[in-house]
Design a protein around this ligand. Structure first.
Ligand SMILES: [Zn+2]
Length: 354
């Protein structure tokens, strides 16, 4: 019997039809999410009216990162697929670099993290209330636009919303308790879809954006090596619920492993495994910003490395830095180049810098 006519042939035809349908769905979700995110970000800029150079910087970053994810998608997308032709022309004229460099240069942030940065730098949110109200405003604007312009996209299918945000702060022990006196450093979970996309983005973040100690924790996530924060550092995560509230959320098993820090709340998540890769959670970006933003804090961080190969001990902050330079950085570069090779990206890593 001709094998092509047999039941296994029919099954494989079914499989490829299913795969094609899934790819079509993924593309629709990404395309619609990208369109909604760009449009709502333009609204945000119109509302806050930052100086022209700031507006340009934000818009270039947002367009570039959305187009980059279109480029990574299994069904590669071009910038014009995210926008109607009039908007496409107008934006391409104003921000040509994003349209030229999305398939040669890498972004440094996901869309939602750019939004957090905007909330902090332009909208001036400094308290939990202010930041939550800012994010809630953006999330509901996206949701309203989705309902009217893209009802076929389910709310949970919006690719670029971070399901979780977190903030950390450092209150030096013995310093007076002044609620307004210490800044909150907000981070978002890695807001993109697809395991490959997440792996690529987390490698970029570790290499380029995040503090070395966070890159250390993410890189050594599987090796039972953690970084230890001094007393006075607290980290709180919140997930955005369907009715628009931010609900406190305990850390997942990965984060508890990677960071020895005062998580609030600590107990509650009893899973032994989580499906996402190390580095996916909001805690990473938040703790990274804290380390970058609090002078003198990084030197108080140590690792749990107890190997006694040399004297002095292996766990000091200096050894974290050395480990990053000598081992983590070159390995991450190679890993990133390999991952991007699957997507036919150029071998030399270049970053988009508006
Ligand atoms: Zn986590």
């Amino acid at each position: 019997m001709d094998q092509n006519q047999g039941p296994s042939h029919a099954a494989s035809q079914d499989r490829s039809r299913m795969l094609a349908r899934k790819e079509e769905m993924d593309k629709f979700q990404l395309q619609t999410s990208g369109n909604l995110f760009i449009k709502e970000f333009m609204e945000l800029l119109a509302r806050w009216q930052p100086a022209e150079n700031i507006r340009k910087q934000y818009m270039e970053k947002v367009l570039h990162t959305v187009f980059f994810f279109g480029r990574l998608n299994q069904r590669q997308m071009r910038p014009n697929e995210f926008l109607d032709s009039k908007t496409f022309q107008r934006l391409q004229e104003k921000y040509p670099r994003s349209f030229q460099e999305y398939d040669t240069h890498l972004p440094s942030l996901t869309p939602y993290s750019i939004l957090l940065q905007f909330g902090n730098e332009v909208a001036g949110c400094s308290t939990q209330e202010e930041m939550e109200s800012f994010l809630h405003g953006f999330n509901s604007a996206v949701e309203i636009a989705r309902r009217t312009r893209a009802p076929k996209l389910r709310p949970t299918e919006f690719t670029f919303r971070a399901a979780v945000v977190a903030y950390s702060f450092y209150r030096e022990p013995r310093k007076p308790k002044n609620e307004a006196g210490f800044p909150l450093f907000y981070g978002a979970s890695v807001s993109c879809k697809g395991r490959m996309e997440k792996k690529i983005m987390i490698s970029i973040l570790c290499l380029r954006t995040w503090h070395q100690a966070v890159a250390f924790a993410v890189y050594h996530g599987q090796d039972n090596l953690a970084i230890v924060f001094p007393d006075g550092v607290q980290c709180r995560a919140f997930c955005y619920s369907s009715n628009g509230d931010f609900i406190e959320k305990p850390p997942c098993v990965n984060c508890k492993m990677m960071y020895h820090v005062d998580f609030q709340p600590y107990e509650g998540d009893s899973r032994e495994n989580v499906p996402w890769p190390y580095g996916n959670c909001a805690e990473n970006e938040s703790l990274s910003k804290l380390l970058q933003g609090e002078p003198g804090l990084q030197e108080k961080v140590v690792s749990t490395d107890t190997s006694v190969i040399n004297n002095p001990p292996q766990n000091t902050y200096q050894t974290i830095e050395q480990e990053f330079e000598n081992n983590i950085k070159p390995n991450l570069r190679n890993q990133l180049i390999r991952l991007l090779q699957h997507k036919n990206f150029p071998h030399n890593l270049q970053f988009f810098e508006p």
